[in-house]
Every structure is written in C-alpha cells, then in structure tokens.
Design a binder for this molecule. Structure first.
Ligand code: ZN
Length: 465
C-alpha cells in the first residue's frame, strides 16, 4: 500500500473512483509497450510490459490495476524493484520513482479462457484456433498491469509472437508482419478498454476503393466475400457522414472490421478495429429484413463510436450514456439517410418509444448513473443508455434546432478530441450553441431518473410525428 506520506488514496479492490481521480491528477501521458507470446492450445499467455509515465509533481507512489498472477523481472528506471501487490493493485513505492518521466518494465502472464480478457475460439469445421481480447469495461487489468480507467488515456505499442500460419489485427496499422511475428504502430491516446487484438489463421477480404478491411475465419471466407461489397460500401458512406456530423475526420490511421464467432456482444468498437459477432453479419437468415436492419444498425453504431467513445470518451462509466446515446443517435440518423430500404423513420420511432417505456419503469436510473467502482461498471449497461439517451438527444435536436445542435456536437467533438468528458461538457457545448442557460434542462433530462417519461407529452418528447 502507499506509504502514509504519499497522497495516493488507500485503494480497495476494483478501480475505485477516488483512485481514478487521484491518478488523473498525478499521472500524465502513459505509454504502454506490450509484447505477447501466443501459442495454440495454451491456457495462458506470457507478456512483457514497458510503461513510461510522467509524474509531474512526483515522486509519488505508482498505483497500477492488476488482477493477474505474480509479475517478475520488475525494473523501475533501470533498477530492480519490488512492487507490493494488494487489493488488485500493483504498487511501486515512491522511493523507486522520481519527478518527471519514469519507466517501469516487468513480465507477467494472463489466462486464456472463456469469459476472460483473452478468449479462444476453436472452429469445429477445420480445427483452427483464434484468440481475441475483450476488455470492456475494466478487464484490461486482467490482461496486463495498467491504469484501467477510461479518463487516463495512453498510447499503445504492441508486438505479437505468433504461430507460423497466424496473422493478427490490432488497433494500429502493422509496421512489420512476417511468419510468426507482427509489430504494430503506436496508437493515438486511447482508453484501456479500447485496446484489442485478435490472432489466428484469419483471412482478409479487401475491395478495391474500400479503405476498410474485413477479417474472417478461414472457413467462412466465401460467405464474407459475398456480404463484403454492400457492408463495406455502407460503412464507407457512414464514415463520411459521421466525419461531417462530428466535424472531425475519421480519427484513426486505419479501420478494420473483425468477425468473431460466438462474440459475447453484437459488437465492440475497439479503436481502429471493431469486433463484430460473426452471425450478426453472416446472417443465418440472409433474406430477413429484420436481421439485415439489425446488421446495418450494429455496423453504424460501432463505427459511430470511433468518434463518440473512442475519440471523445466518457471520463468514467457513470456517463456511459454519452457514448451509447450518441452512437445510436448517429447510427439511426445514418440508417435514415443511407439505407433507405429499412425505413429509418420507423426505426427511430421504435427506438424512442422503447426508450420512453424504459424511462417510465419504476426505479429506472437517470442517464448519468453514479458509480463508485468500475468493478460494478456492468450495472450501468441498461436500456436507458441505449434507448432513452438517444431519444433525449433527438429531442434536444428538435428543441434547440437542428443547426444549433449540430454546431454544439461539432464543438463538443473538436474541443475534446483525444480527451475525456463528462455530461457537463456536453451541456456547456449546447449552451455555447444556443446562448441559453441549460442547467434546468440538464437536471430534468440527464440527472433525474424519469423526466423524459413523465415531464413531456410522449409524442413531443420522442420527436415522433
Ligand atoms: Zn455501443
């Protein structure tokens, strides 16, 4: 534990809010250099970490989140060091550190298992094996020691030692890819929950004139080729539209879509590499309009997150509604404009009426949902953030005027690009664009549980004509 003379709060298990706030104040610009050795069938993966972090008012204890086993070979600023391990934190005492930039090196291992940070899929058709990460909301610290909070963004460099016939995809473009090895460029600043890689005997579908690649397991290559033209075309049109909506070009140097069989969610918007559940893209009922619309919305939602969530990130998961609300607001708007066969206006009406019903349920939370510890972050993934939040944003667009709302959205994205925000930053952007005091609006819409359901006649609140 931190010594009494250091300011680090005594940290219990998980990622407590007080620790996260303290680290945001005292640590700057973390740079993670990670290397993993991936082996087929292995129950664990070994890795090394070099972490550079600036402590401007140091020396102070360095408190990392770590839920794995023992670490070894620990060196701090070139010297052997002995970290303390307590309550799921790895603590380097301040006596080993200095003011300014510090360099920590260590080796670790992490499990490969269902439900873990690194998961395996074995293809029953050809016996091929695929490994992929899933770290949202706060499981990066089960894969490698880190500051596992969305508001303290870091740059990542990654090296993967791979079996002979595997290839890998990660957040950044590959700088080097050869048999058994891949090395990736450094990412821009991203939150730990957005770090990802996948590896295995993937095949890659590319199309002339399409900048985005589609990764698929080798046994599904033919089906992926069949859906790729329409999927990549819609995705490219959406990227152009979101860049205009947000007033910011696509944030990352490349973008891949990676199909993962049995993926736990419909999709996950890792920076520069969205993972999509394979059967939500390669449909079992390819002619079903319902499933094709869901596929389009899933793709648009995850791609919208590259701006709303990945470029501009909620500082803490109490404002999850910001990224999920805007992802659906942008996705449904894009469906309406770009995929005319799906009747986007009706899709909006369905979303907003289910958002209103969710808000009217007894005990429904507010959009902003206080959260003391990221160990409980899964509890904030509710219908409120996915359905009520976009309805509130659409209502705000109607209430304040489309042009002003767009101006607010662009100023919000530009001002906070690569940074982290909370709900107040959005309210300030809306106030700048409208010239109004919106604190009463924020109380009613963002901080109170059921204002959308009770305070406004439903048709007006939902913007449904
Ligand atoms: Zn989402």
């Amino acid at each position: 534990m931190p010594s009494p003379s250091s300011a680090a709060p005594r940290a219990g298990p998980g990622v407590p809010l007080a620790l996260a706030r303290w680290r945001e104040r005292h640590y700057r610009a973390p740079r993670y250099e990670l290397a993993f050795r991936l082996r087929p069938g292995a129950r664990s993966v070994s890795g090394t970490l070099q972490l550079a972090v600036t402590i401007p008012r140091g020396p102070l204890d360095l408190v990392l989140d770590w839920r794995g086993g023992p670490v070894n070979g620990v060196r701090v600023n070139g010297r052997t060091a002995s970290p303390l391990y307590k309550n799921q934190h790895l603590v380097i005492p301040r006596r080993a550190l200095k003011r300014g930039r510090n360099l920590l090196q260590l080796a670790f291992s992490a499990p490969v298992r269902a439900g873990g940070p690194l998961r395996r899929y074995r293809d029953a058709r050809d016996g091929a094996e695929y490994l992929y990460t899933l770290l949202v909301p706060a499981d990066a610290s089960a894969l490698f020691p880190c500051f596992d909070q969305p508001g303290l963004k870091g740059r990542f460099r990654l090296k993967l030692d791979l079996p002979k016939n595997w290839r890998a995809v990660a957040n950044a473009p590959a700088l080097e890819e050869r048999t058994g090895f891949a090395r990736f460029a450094e990412t821009p600043p991203i939150s730990t929950y957005l770090f990802a890689f996948a590896a295995g005997p993937f095949r890659v579908v590319t199309r002339k004139s399409e900048p985005v690649r589609l990764f698929v397991r080798q046994s599904r290559l033919a089906r992926a080729r069949a859906v790729a033209p329409a999927l990549l075309r819609l995705n490219r049109a959406a990227m152009d539209r979101f860049a205009r909506d947000c007033g910011h070009p696509f944030p990352f140097p490349k973008y891949d879509l990676v199909l993962i069989p049995d993926f736990h969610y419909g999709g996950m918007e890792h920076a520069g590499a969205t993972f999509l559940r394979e059967d939500r893209v390669l449909l079992r009922q390819p002619r079903s309009r319902y499933w094709r619309r869901r596929r389009a919305l899933l793709l648009l939602h995850e791609t919208a997150h590259q701006w709303m969530g990945n470029l501009v990130t909620m500082r803490w998961f109490d404002d999850l509604w910001l990224k999920e609300g805007f992802a659906n607001y942008l996705a449904y708007g894009a469906l309406q404009a770009l995929a005319l066969e799906f009747d986007g206006e009706r899709a909006w009406a369905e979303l907003t009426s289910s958002g209103r019903r969710a808000a009217a349920k007894p005990g429904a939370p507010a959009l902003h949902a206080p959260l003391d510890n990221l160990a409980a972050a899964r509890s904030v993934y509710t219908e409120i953030v996915y359905r009520t939040a976009p309805a509130v944003l659409r209502h705000a667009e109607r209430e304040f005027g489309a042009a002003r709302f767009r101006r607010a959205l662009r100023s919000f994205v530009r001002r906070h690009a690569w940074g982290a925000v909370d709900w107040r930053d959005l309210v300030r952007a809306l106030e700048r664009a409208t010239g109004r005091d919106l604190r009463p609006w924020a109380r009613r819409r963002i901080l109170q549980p059921d204002a959308l359901a009770q305070g406004v006649p439903p048709t007006r609140a939902m913007g449904i004509q």
